[in-house]
Design a protein around this ligand. Structure first.
Ligand code: CP
Length: 312
């Protein structure tokens, strides 16, 4: 595997999850694999978990880590070929990607959707610009349309907590005051397509995701019905995909409560707005897996980096 930019880069999800769980027991087992190698982590957007867990994972593999908040500290990048750069953009991705490649062996990139222009977001200008022009592998730390490290951590968490041959897993939309991207939901759905599970997506009308991604999944607009007999409830807000980037609904009736959760385990990628997405009682209960999901981000990043390093 050269790059880890999508769930589709995983050749066998069960094997990756098993290997990640082995690494979790002994995180320094492959501490020599990344010896004398460097990873540069470029953040075009904020982060807590991705920044710290990816750094920790790289260090567990013996790598040197350089972190740059590119969004606030780097030159503004141009991505279009042939542009006359006489406006705001200072540097072309052609030079930037080649230059960064000279300083490292792997480049991690976080670059969210801007939620203004669907076509531009789906073109994944930043990550694809780096894939095209960098001379080293690329690790996706959340792009416009996907967050494959989060989905891999979620798969690890599901494996650790599942007790049934075919659990019921529900992805539920919940309200949020700001327009959020579709990346986490997209990658979670792609990951669930690889699982043996009864998988249901629930959201208000108008919040349908990209049908290329949801194809084959059950969509139930009645949240109460969707949550019946659930074993895992994964909650996430996303903005409208059809009315691209719009907040159409802030109905608190979609907030997850302990009553709605029943006996199910609660999952969320974090950061989460308490008492908007989910009530305190859920997050503070032993049914919440959110801290364990965040812990598993390290082992998700470590297995992805291990595969990249083994291929170099
Ligand atoms: N879940 C996640 O990616 O967290 P951060 O945005 O804090 O990195």
């Amino acid at each position: 595997m050269k790059n880890y930019v999508s769930i589709t880069n995983i050749d066998s999800l069960p094997n990756w999850v098993d290997e990640a769980l082995e690494i979790k027991k002994n995180p320094k087992k492959y501490k020599n694999l990344g010896e004398d190698k460097t990873i540069v982590l470029l953040f075009f957007n904020n982060s807590l978990r991705t920044r710290l867990s990816t750094q920790k994972a790289a260090q567990n593999l013996g790598m040197e880590v350089i972190v740059m908040n590119f969004g606030s500290e780097g030159w503004t990048l141009e991505f279009t070929d042939g542009t006359v750069m006489d406006q705001g953009k200072s540097e072309h991705v052609k030079e930037a990607a080649q230059v960064v490649s000279q300083y490292c062996d792997v480049i991690g990139i976080r670059a969210f959707a801007n939620l203004q222009d669907k076509e531009e977001d789906e073109a994944e200008l930043v990550i694809n610009g780096f894939i095209k022009h960098a001379t080293v592998p690329i690790l996706n730390m959340e792009s416009s349309v996907g967050h494959p490290l989060q989905a891999l951590a979620d798969a690890i968490t599901l494996a650790e907590n599942n007790t049934k041959p075919k659990p019921k897993v529900v992805l539920s939309w919940a309200p949020h005051p700001k327009a959020l991207p579709h990346a986490v939901a997209n990658s979670f759905i792609e990951m669930m397509h690889l699982q043996d599970a009864d998988f249901v997506i629930t959201h208000p009308k108008g919040y349908e995701l990209n049908t290329n991604i949801t194809k084959g999944a059950t969509i139930e607009y009645d949240q109460e019905k969707a949550l019946e007999n659930a074993d895992f409830v994964y909650v996430k807000n996303w903005s409208s995909y059809q009315n691209y980037g719009q907040v159409l609904n802030q109905d608190k009736n979609w907030t997850i409560t302990l009553k709605k959760l029943g006996a199910a385990k609660f999952m969320h990628c974090l950061p989460v707005r308490r008492n908007v997405i989910v009530e305190d009682a859920v997050l503070d209960s032993n049914q919440s897996l959110v801290i364990e999901q965040a812990n598993n981000r390290t082992f998700a990043a470590q297995i992805a980096l291990k595969k990249i390093l083994e291929n170099q």
